[in-house]
Ligand binder design. Sequence first.
Ligand SMILES: O=C(O)CCC(=O)C(=O)O
Length: 229
Amino acid sequence: MVEFLHSGLVEQTVERPGLHLRHWPAWLPPARAAELLAALQAEVPWKQEAITLYGRRHLLPRLTCWMADPGCGYRYSGLANAIESWSPAAAELRQALHELTGWRFNSLLLNRYRDGRDAMGWHADDEPELDPAAPIASLSFGAPRDFRLRPRPSPRRPPGAPLPEGYGEEGIRQGDPCAPFNIALHNGDLLLMEPPTQLWWQHALPKRLRLEQERLNLTFRVVRSGAQV
Ligand SMILES: O=C(O)CCC(=O)C(=O)O
């Protein structure tokens, strides 16, 4: 892990074979994060979606919303998300992330974990409509939660692409570069998942059954122009 100052903040870089993360703890000062949390709770049209797996309908264990520019649809687990327009708080954060990263994020998945029973299972954000050259920018609000990462059990390797050096050779013993690991994400933290992380690693937000407080997570993404859902 490398640390250096960025605009008065500490940036922590996490490197593993095939994984590159940039983490700014408290990227938003606590008072601003609290204001944005309240604004997002109030202004986002939150929904509890259902997905169908093997013919059975399951409610997602969280509330969600998909905000995007017109034409930037997104589908996961068979669910085609309705596009909502940018709320004022989300638009402000998108602009700040554009200034930091240079990327024009055209879409945003918002997740609202009502308490520690709400969670997100293992997955990679590698749907075909997402631009694989763009980072995914994840902003957290509210209760701290563990964000867990592991190498993909069966990576979707692009034709002809070599394995990243050191990837998958050591198994998953602690201390190995490919052992699963956690990052605790706190109120106001920013995590940038840079390419090719989604190709080689999965992430999840495990349940924390004793946690009663709510958490919001916003992942800003770049949907390729002309993507069909
Ligand atoms: O809540 C989080 O930190 C994870 C969200 C996530 O995995 C996603 O939006 O793909």
